[in-house]
Ligand binder design. Structure first.
Ligand SMILES: NC(=O)c1ccc[n+]([C@@H]2O[C@H](COP(=O)([O-])OP(=O)(O)OC[C@H]3O[C@@H](n4cnc5c(N)ncnc54)[C@H](OP(=O)(O)O)[C@@H]3O)[C@@H](O)[C@H]2O)c1
Length: 301
C-alpha cells in the first residue's frame, strides 16, 4: 500500500518509516517537504502523492511552549489535520492520526476510557482535542490514536533526558504524583503495522478514537527509576559508560515542587480495551518497551 507518513524526523514518524518500509511503499515527508503551517503545501503534496493511507504523527509537541505559542500550535495541531483529512477524503484515502492523554483533566482515579469526558488543562491538550474534532467533522475513514509519554532511541524524550542528567549530575528529583503509561515509539510503530493489516480496507464503521499505549502504568519517578535500573543492568554488555546517579538514589517530588508553564493531568492512564476488542491488538507492557528501547540507545542527546 502507498502510505504517506508526516513528521518523519519525529519520534513516531521515524519509527513508522523504519517499520512500515518493509511491507509498504512509504512516502515519508519532513517539514521541508510538507510544512504543516502551509495549507497549500499540504494540499499540493497530498494531491500529487495520492497515497491510499495517510499517517500523521507530525504535531506541535512543545507542551510548555504552546502556552505562549497558541497560534502556531493551533495551525499545526488543528488546521493542518483538518486540511489533511479534507485532502484524504478527496482521493479516497484513510487517515491515521495521533492524539494525546493530555486531552484529559486527570482527576479521575481509574484509567480513562474513550467515552470519558475530556477537559484538557493545557493549550497543547486543547489544540490536540480540537484537531481530533476537526478530523471527525470531515467524515472520512479515520483512526485517532491517543498515546502517552512517548519515548524511543530516536528523538528528544524523557528517557534521554534522564540518562543525560544522570551522567552529568550528582542528584535528580522527579515528580511522583503524575501517573501514565510510558509508550515506546517502536511499540507504536509495530502496533500500527498490525493495525494496517487489519484495517487494510479503511472502514468508516471502525473510525473513531482509540487509546494506544504500552500496557500498565507508573509515575514519572517510577519510570525514571526503571530507566536507570535497566541502564545499569545493560550498560556493561552494551559498552555504555557508567552514570553518576544510581536508580536507588533519585528522589521523588510533588508536581507543586516542579512548576511548569502548562499544567499536566495527574492521572493520564488510559484503558486500551477498545483497541483490543475492535482490532485484536494490544501493545506490550511498558517495561518490555523500555528493555527494547534501551538495547537501541547509543547516545543521550
Ligand atoms: N511525545 C509525547 O510524549 C506524546 C505524548 C502523547 C501524544 N503524542 C502525540 O504523538 C504524536 C507523535 O509525537 P512525537 O513524540 O513523535 O513528536 P515529535 O518527536 O515532537 O515529532 C513531531 C514532528 O512534527 C514535526 N513538525 C512540527 N511542526 C511541523 C510543521 N510545521 N510542518 C511539518 N512538520 C512539523 C516535527 O518536525 P521537526 O523535526 O522539523 O521539528 C517533528 O518531526 C503527536 O501527534 C503527539 O501529539 C506525543
Amino acid at each position: 500500500m502507498k502510505i504517506l507518513v508526516t513528521g518523519v524526523l519525529g519520534q513516531v514518524g521515524h519509527a513508522l518509516h523504519n517499520t512500515l518500509s518493509n511491507a509498504h511503499e512509504i512516502v515519508a515527508v519532513d517539514r521541508e517537504q510538507m510544512d504543516l503551517c502551509d495549507v497549500q503545501a499540504i494540499r499540493d503534496a497530498i494531491s500529487s502523492i495520492r497515497p491510499s493511507l495517510i499517517i500523521n504523527p507530525a504535531a506541535y509537541t512543545a507542551v510548555d511552549q504552546a502556552e505562549s505559542e497558541s497560534g502556531l500550535a493551533y495551525d499545526i495541531n488543528v488546521t493542518a489535520p483538518r486540511v489533511i483529512a479534507e485532502e484524504a477524503a478527496k482521493i479516497g484515502a484513510g487517515l491515521i492520526h495521533f492524539s494525546t492523554d493530555y486531552v484529559y483533566e486527570g482527576n479521575q482515579i481509574t484509567p480513562y476510557t474513550e467515552t470519558d469526558a475530556v477537559n484538557p488543562l493545557s493549550m497543547y491538550g486543547q489544540t490536540k482535542l480540537a484537531g481530533e474534532l476537526a478530523i471527525q467533522a470531515v467524515g472520512l475513514p479515520h483512526l485517532i490514536l491517543r498515546t502517552s509519554w512517548v519515548y524511543g532511541a530516536h528523538g528528544k524524550n524523557f528517557l534521554k533526558t534522564i540518562l543525560r542528567l544522570s551522567a552529568e549530575r550528582e542528584q535528580l528529583s522527579i515528580v511522583d504524583d503524575q501517573w501514565g503509561a510510558p509508550t515506546s515509539s517502536h511499540s507504536i510503530a509495530n502496533a500500527v503495522q498490525e493495525l494496517i493489516n487489519v484495517w487494510h480496507q479503511p472502514d468508516q464503521q471502525q473510525s473513531g478514537v482509540y487509546h494506544f499505549t504500552n500496557a500498565g502504568s507508573t509515575s514519572w519517578f517510577g519510570f525514571a527509576k526503571a530507566i536507570l535500573a535497566t541502564y545499569e543492568s545493560q550498560a556493561r554488555a552494551l559498552g555504555l559508560p557508567a552514570l553518576k546517579i544510581k536508580s536507588q538514589s533519585i528522589s521523588a517530588i510533588k508536581t507543586v515542587d516542579y512548576p511548569t508553564p502548562a499544567a499536566r493531568p495527574a492521572n493520564s492512564r488510559m484503558d486500551n480495551t477498545k483497541l483490543q476488542t475492535t482490532f485484536g491488538i494490544a501493545l506490550p507492557p511498558w517495561e518490555q518497551g523500555l528493555q527494547e528501547v534501551m538495547q537501541r540507545i547509543q547516545h543521550f542527546d
